[in-house]
Design a protein. Structure first.
Length: 364
């Protein structure tokens, strides 16, 4: 019985397919967000003068839109004196601790999830990162080269590879190593955009990201095996076709056990399926659909009814209590408009896992 209910709930979920046999649950706007710290060293890309290495540190705030694609905002601070070989980004003889900063917006791609089936329990992943940034040089403006006199800001680009290792039982932490190149795009006269190894820094960074908990209760995308789920649904469909009456009775028994316990017993009438009308609602809603009205139209004018509204477990208790009462009230109002006598319409909040988003009408 539990498998039957679970399979039906999965059919109702909004999921997006990533592979032929794998699907992942649709994420909400603030799911799969991470915050990271990083540190590393950099030197001119042409390797004309590697030492002294420029120390760097930074922060990242990012989001994964899918297991493959994401984006992040990155802020890097640079502390060394080994300057770019071309352009205005000189470091030497600066009088500030932070020689320069770079603020960037990067796009990310996870090659492991792109070419392999997504697995939230995977430990090792390989990806890439590329983006655009804005560089600000601090210190004595007299050290800025004459070809760009007075210009202490530049447009930059970043390209890099990430080798990540997911830590912890829940894979909430991610340790990564990132070799990257930071390009000064406007190092020439007139700030014309151009790539050149003489105006680029080669870096090696080590970072640690924390992936915040998502609405699905994990720190990653929630994945389903579509093949196994289809097999389970087909098996349950065969069972339903073979024994429709027995299955329906079992479903109703599960729901009635949680909800109808609030309905007073009648000494002259036995409770059965024919005495109950079930009205279902969308998550967080209390509007009657045409199908719901059609079911309620079977209740004859002049009959006495008692209504119990329920809500699903998502959300705070106060909201669920109010939502269940609204569901009971909207059913009561509709029945009263058709001449049905409503003895009581009461919201019961969350009533077990089988009474999600229902209003049960007990016809006396």
């Amino acid at each position: 019985m539990k498998k039957f209910l679970i399979a039906l709930s999965m059919l109702a979920m909004g999921i997006t397919s990533t592979q032929a046999q794998v699907a992942y649950e649709k994420a909400k706007a603030f799911d799969n967000v991470y915050l990271g710290v990083e540190g590393g060293v950099m030197a001119p890309l042409d390797l004309g003068r590697v030492t002294p290495l420029n120390a760097a540190a930074g922060l990242k705030l990012g989001k994964q839109f899918s297991p493959v694609y994401g984006a992040n905002l990155e802020g890097l601070a640079f502390f060394g004196d080994n300057r770019w070989q071309t352009g205005s980004l000189g470091f030497s003889n600066s009088h500030t601790i932070v020689r320069a900063i770079n603020l960037g917006l990067n796009g990310t791609v996870n090659f492991t999830n792109l070419f392999c089936e997504y697995n939230p329990d995977r430990r090792f992943e390989v990806g890439a990162e590329a983006g655009i940034g804005y560089w600000i040089t601090y210190g004595d403006k007299h050290i800025i080269q004459t070809s760009n006199t007075g210009d202490d800001t530049e447009l930059t680009a970043k390209t890099g590879l990430t080798f990540a290792y997911n830590l912890g039982e829940k894979r909430a932490w991610q340790l990564y190593v990132e070799p990257a190149v930071l390009w000064n795009l406007t190092h020439g006269p007139g700030d014309a955009i151009q790539f050149g190894k003489h105006a680029a820094q080669l870096g090696l960074f080590v970072g640690l990201n924390y992936k915040f908990k998502t609405s699905n209760g994990t720190h990653n995308f929630k994945v389903w095996n579509v093949g196994e789920l289809n097999d389970e649904i087909n098996s349950l469909r065969d069972q339903l076709n073979a024994k429709p009456k027995e299955v329906v009775k079992e479903v109703v028994k599960e729901v009635v056990k949680e909800v109808v316990k609030e309905v007073p017993a009648q000494t002259t009438q036995t409770l059965c399926i024919d005495n109950l009308v079930f009205v279902t609602f969308a998550q967080g809603k209390y509007f009657l659909t045409n199908e719901a009205k059609k079911a309620l139209n079977d209740v004859k004018a002049g009959r006495h009814v008692q209504i119990v509204g329920t809500a699903s477990p998502e959300g705070p208790k106060a909201l669920n209590d109010r939502l269940s009462q609204n569901r009971a009230d909207v059913v009561a109002k509709y029945l009263q408009s058709r001449g049905v006598i409503v003895d009581e319409a009461k919201g019961q909040g969350v009533q077990g896992v089988t009474s999600n988003r229902l209003a049960v009408v007990y016809v006396k």
